[in-house]
Design a binder for this molecule. Structure first.
Ligand code: ADP
Ligand code: MG
Length: 468
């Protein structure tokens, strides 16, 4: 049956979307949400299923991971139908979206040429140097980023490779480079994308026999910024293509910037000649910020908010949430919401502890538990050896503990996918598959659920500590 959308369903979708944006999105999030929503190319409906289509798979995944639950709730609320389903997909025949942001206003002394700026993913204009707080954990990376802005393409800093744990500001800093370069020279052709998008586009072009077009596009740009380059390990052929693009651009003194959650030499399954290319310019690490930086970041995030967040609340967050700037932002958003509902509330530490208890609990758990510990505990519980845990054996009695260990590593630690993959001696895809397999089984298998909670219990975790 062909999917189509009738007027009533379309209206329902539009209403749910506006309800979501107007009621469930904080002011700081709004720009981001709207940007991603604008990447939806069509919405169709098949019975109780809404199929949201975007022009690239990154946007589909992002929408699914970040907004699908709440969007579904809005749809259900407005339609009074509790069994609606949302699916996110992408229509590759429409090709990647090229977004042309507004060209800056022309002032008297600043006549700008028309911008040829194009990027597969839109840059977030709030990710600027001005909004990025510098501290000992990131000052080298900031200096390198500023160096790139002053002299794009200079050999000693080409490529610039920024690595560090999740939520520590790599994407922000990279986009700040893009935004600043664009501000200084609107006619520069800048391309920002994730390695995953690069890979998907590559596959699409190979499938459609149009690899020349792909090649030409990437080789004709001035600045190439690839976020989360560790994803390249998924595609061997694509690595070859990236290698050639990289060399062509670098020879032409075009700047390349990359980020990754691990240092170049620790990206598993990426060819050594690529790794040495990644190390050939400047490599900088971003580490977890110290207290003063955390506090300064929170202050920065408060600028422009329509309610005042008391000083003690900011100090409380900076003091309790240490590992993750993104988690700090989440906690701040919660305090903001609370304050918005009740501007005169007395936000003492007791109330803050209660309000932010999920973040505080998670923070406790971020601390130590290692993947080896998870593997060893589960192996023991299921009476299998560590060798079996790490093997390729497909017997169910081995697969279940192995996948459970993958699931706990992924959902209850902040270890990155490449780190987990490495510890299991498997690919990214295998880990993702394992995690999904367990998620599916947990929906229906009560036994597995109670085994999982026993294991979690032995680590001092609760199901609610899960990182989404
Ligand atoms: P990563 O790409 O390393 O996972 P992001 O760049 O997405 O992290 O950062 C996560 C959030 O934290 C973003 O909203 C970003 O603005 C914020 N952030 C991280 N570091 C800083 C900093 N030093 N100053 C201001 N904001 C920061
Ligand atoms: Mg990032």
């Amino acid at each position: 049956m062909n999917a189509s959308i009738d007027v009533a369903s379309k209206e329902l979708w539009e209403k749910a979307k506006s309800f979501y944006i107007n009621n469930l999105v904080s002011p700081e999030e709004r720009g981001q949400v709207e940007r991603y929503m604008s990447m939806i190319t069509s919405v169709t409906r098949q019975d109780d299923k809404f199929i949201i289509c975007t022009s690239n798979s990154y946007a589909a995944d992002y929408l699914k991971d970040n907004y699908s639950d709440r969007l579904k709730k809005c749809l259900e609320l407005i339609s009074d139908n509790a069994s609606l389903e949302l699916t996110f997909t992408c229509d590759t025949t429409k090709g990647p979206t090229f977004i042309t942001p507004e060209i800056p206003k022309v002032t008297q002394n600043n006549k700008v040429k028309p911008s040829t700026f194009s990027s597969t993913l839109p840059l977030d204009e709030s990710y600027t140097f001005e909004n990025f707080v510098e501290g000992p954990s990131n000052s080298w990376a900031v200096a390198a980023a500023q160096g790139v802005v002053s002299h794009p393409g200079l050999d000693v800093q080409n490529p610039l490779f920024i690595h560090g744990g999740t939520g520590l500001g790599k994407t922000h800093l990279m986009q700040a480079i893009g935004n600043e370069l664009k501000r200084r020279n609107p006619s520069l052709s800048i391309c920002y994308l994730t390695a995953e998008t690069f890979l998907n586009e590559y596959v699409n072009h190979v499938t459609s026999g149009n690899i020349a077009a792909f090649r030409n596009r990437y080789r004709a740009i001035d600045i190439l910024m690839v976020d989360d380059i560790q994803f390249l390990q998924k595609g061997k052929q694509c690595q070859e293509e990236f290698f050639n693009t990289f060399d062509t651009l670098r020879r032409a003194h075009k700047q390349i910037v990359m980020t990754s959650d691990v240092a170049p030499q620790n990206i598993p399954a990426v060819e050594s000649r690529l790794i040495s290319r990644f190390q050939g310019g400047m490599v900088q690490e971003i580490e977890s910020p110290i207290y003063e930086t955390r506090l300064a970041i929170l202050r920065k995030k408060c600028e422009g908010l329509d309610v005042t967040i008391p000083k003690n609340a900011l100090e409380f967050i900076a003091d309790t949430i240490k590992s993750h700037v993104r988690a700090m932002e989440g906690a701040l958003r919660k305090v903001y919401m609370y304050r918005k509902i009740d501007p005169l509330s007395n936000l003492n530490n007791e109330i803050l502890s209660h309000l932010l208890k999920d973040y505080i609990e998670k923070e406790k758990n971020f601390k130590n538990i290692s993947i080896e510990e998870i593997q060893a505990t589960i192996a023991k519980k299921f009476s299998i050896s560590m060798a079996q845990m790490l093997s390729m054996e497909r017997t169910q009695s081995i697969v279940t503990p192995r996948q459970l260990a993958m699931y706990i590593s992924r959902k209850f630690t902040t270890k990155s996918l490449p780190e987990i993959a490495k510890m299991f001696d498997k690919t990214h895809a295998t880990i993702i598959h394992g995690v999904k397999a367990i998620e599916k089984r947990l929906d229906v298998e009560e036994d597995l659920k109670s085994t999982l909670s026993e294991i979690l219990d032995s680590f001092g975790y609760k199901m609610s500590d899960k990182i989404e």
